[in-house]
Design a protein around this ligand. Structure first.
Ligand SMILES: [Zn+2]
Length: 367
């Protein structure tokens, strides 16, 4: 019964592009003994019963009694091993979401975790923490940005224990800086009410909505850019072109570029690569792409061209569409964040961690 409801609300929220993009977000449901969690690399919009992984709740709880090494690679490998060992029989071939342990902490039947641009306008902003306190008081827990995986779940574990002790009730809404929101409830209706509570409070603060409609771009230059990109990346790459008003604005100069140059959240790193490539003169594309590749060890996926806007390049159509979609998401976040003191990207250290994190590279290959 809970599994049926879980599939239903996962598909419902997953089909709303304001809330879920590509493989983003995840959901879970609990019985006394087990928790069903979205499998890594599945999409909420199309997920079926088989897409969920059945986990042993007692074993998930045990993870928080353990001590893990400080070294990132060793710790995450052991954590992943323990997570895998918490799968119920028959689930061996599946891979639970990297956020499974976070879901396990909520003392409610259903959990919905999303990365909506509107909410991230607040969580990825300079004044996010202060503003969240002002808007929501102690009805939520705010979690400062930190490394995902074990570290994030352990911090949430400690904060949720403290919250329960202080408030006498289990936490049901969590805002994660540079990441997204968790809501939990014993009925599906409660999830909707709690998410609505968060989004409506934030929406009330928004003065300017992002404009993703097509803006005025240089037609000749955009054509020439397209041809040069094709030659540079070879003919079998797929290019999505989106000259949106917002992408044209950030492509004006080095100063405007700063608004979106560094990634706001892990999704952006996974689907767009951490940094866009900025081009003023399209004829320099071949050398700039090579410079980027040498410096970063991979090719750019988002190329911003002055007076032309954003190009997303990938070897597959899905990859190119996802990059374009997630870059638009970053543009929205940057715009919403203007209402909260301006955008606050992730630190370089955290970005590097995510670039090298096996769990995320697995995810990007699936959806
Ligand atoms: Zn997440």
């Amino acid at each position: 019964m809970v599994l049926e409801k879980l599939v239903e609300f996962s598909n419902f929220y997953g089909s709303n592009e304001e809330l879920v993009l590509a493989g983003g977000g995840n959901t879970s449901a609990k019985t006394d003994e087990v928790m069903y969690i979205k499998g890594s690399g599945t999409s909420l919009s199309t997920i079926t019963r088989d897409g969920f992984v059945k986990m042993n709740r007692a074993k998930l709880k045990d993870i928080f009694t353990k001590t893990y090494p400080d070294n990132d690679k060793e710790r995450e490998a052991l954590f992943l091993e323990d997570l895998s060992a918490a799968k119920e029989k028959g689930e061996e071939s599946k891979r639970p979401s990297v956020e499974t342990t976070l879901h396990s902490l909520f003392e409610y039947t259903f959990v919905l975790h999303l990365h909506p641009a509107l909410v991230n306008g607040l969580t990825c902003s300079q004044n996010g923490k202060v503003k969240a306190e002002e808007l929501f008081g102690d009805s939520i827990i705010w979690v400062d940005v930190c490394k995902p995986g074990y570290i994030l779940s352990k911090i949430c574990f400690d904060l949720m224990e403290e919250y329960k002790k202080e408030k006498g009730k289990a936490a049901d809404i969590i805002l994660l800086e540079n990441h997204g929101v968790f809501v939990a409830g014993n009925t599906v209706e409660e999830l909707g009410e709690k998410l609505g509570f968060v989004t409506s409070k934030i929406r009330n603060e928004i003065i300017r909505e992002p404009d993703l409609s097509s803006g005025e771009f240089d037609g000749d230059k955009s054509m020439s850019t397209f041809n040069i990109l094709n030659e540079t990346f070879s003919d079998d790459c797929v290019i999505s072109y989106d000259p949106s008003v917002e992408s044209l604005k950030v492509s004006e100069n080095e100063e405007t570029l700063k608004k979106i140059y560094k990634p706001f959240n892990p999704d952006q790193v996974v689907y767009c690569k951490p940094y866009p490539l900025y081009i003023v003169d399209e004829k320099t594309i071949p050398e700039k792409v090579e410079e980027y590749r040498v410096k970063n060890g991979f090719l750019p996926k988002i190329i911003l061209v002055k007076n032309c806007g954003a190009y997303a390049v990938d070897v597959s159509e899905k990859g190119s569409d996802n990059a374009s979609m997630l870059f638009n998401d970053a543009l929205k976040i940057a715009c919403y964040a203007e209402n909260f003191g301006g955008g606050k990207p992730m630190t370089d250290e955290l970005t590097d961690f995510i670039v090298n994190w096996e769990a995320e590279s697995y995810r990007s290959k699936q959806v």
